[in-house]
Design a protein around this ligand. Structure first.
Ligand code: AMP
Ligand code: FE
Ligand code: FE
Ligand code: ZN
Length: 279
């Protein structure tokens, strides 16, 4: 039995609705899923209802992009309920930061000779967290690139020629706010963090501050890395979680419950995550 605790819907930059994702999870016999859209909880109610109907346990979640010292990381926050709360109340501000950054990115693209407008980008976004994936889709539509990925590689990736920074919380603040909101913060896909030899001490420091888990199982982690992050989480007495980071069929080739084929997130990840609620 397996779970998938990292899923994106049309409420952010995925291409399937929350209900469609639950259908896919049911087809893969998932026992528990979490919806983790970027910067909003808009899909939670739909996903929860559909999960109940399908007999799948459901955990509400979100994914944030945060600053940590000289680097950036993604933070998954589990058991975060829609409505108001210390972290929930900041989400509108984070989305405003996205909108301002999109304006700046479109201006930069125009200066580089790519003719796209805010309307072009908006047409590709179905939710309230609009960002680079939707800009990339607009560039593809205009014929500048063949795929979303190519647009990232050519222009939009971190440090790319059309890249623009946006306002982010710090990892330390996000951990504090998550805990104040009765939710559990987890470092997402740590392979993507530029930490090198500082990784061990960083995880320990953040665990002391309330970090509740590390996403050990992710399609971008090879098997030895999944084992390594499981061990680090176990040493720190925090959860080792995982998920497919599904964004839709054909987007980055990650599938619900399976990742690129070899993903298997054990049920115990949910028990460990739940234990973190009482810390
Ligand atoms: P943003 O939140 O607007 O900064 O955009 C980041 C999102 O873009 C990530 O959550 C991914 O879903 C997506 N993304 C990042 N890198 C790539 C890439 N190389 N190809 C396609 N999508 C990407
Ligand atoms: Fe995304
Ligand atoms: Fe991420
Ligand atoms: Zn994600």
């Amino acid at each position: 039995m397996a779970v998938d605790l990292h899923l994106h819907s049309t409420c952010s930059d995925g291409t399937d609705t929350p209900a469609q994702i639950v259908e896919l999870a049911a087809a893969e016999h998932m026992t528990c899923i979490a919806l983790t859209d970027h910067d909003n909880l808009d899909g939670i109610d739909e996903a929860r209802l559909a999960s109940e109907a399908a007999g799948i346990e459901f955990i509400p979640g979100i994914e944030l992009s945060v600053d940590y010292e000289h680097t950036k990381m993604h933070m998954l926050v589990y058991f975060l309920e829609p409505g108001t709360g210390p972290l929930q109340d900041l989400l509108a501000e984070l989305r405003r930061g996205r909108d301002q950054r999109n304006v700046a990115m479109i201006e930069k693209l125009n200066q580089l000779g790519y003719e796209i407008t805010a309307d072009d980008v908006a047409r590709h976004a179905r939710g309230r967290s609009v960002g680079r994936p939707h800009v990339a889709d607009a560039l593809v539509e205009k014929g500048h690139f063949a795929t979303r990925n190519d647009a990232f590689d050519g222009l939009l990736s971190d440090g790319g020629v059309a890249y623009v920074e946006r306002d982010r919380l710090t990892a330390v603040d996000a951990i504090g706010l998550a805990r104040e909101s009765n939710a559990v913060p987890v470092i997402a896909h740590p392979i993507t963090i530029n930490l090198g030899v500082e990784a061990g001490p960083t995880f320990r420091k953040l665990a002391d501050l309330g970090l509740g888990g590390i996403e050990a199982h992710h399609p971008k982690h090879n098997l030895p890395l999944r084992v390594k992050f499981e061990e680090i989480a176990s040493t720190l007495n925090i959860a080792a979680t995982g998920g497919s980071d599904y964004h839709g069929a054909g987007v980055r080739e990650f599938r619900v419950g399976k990742g690129t084929g070899d993903l298997l997130v054990p049920d115990r990840a949910v028990d460990q995550l739940r234990d973190q609620l009482n810390r």
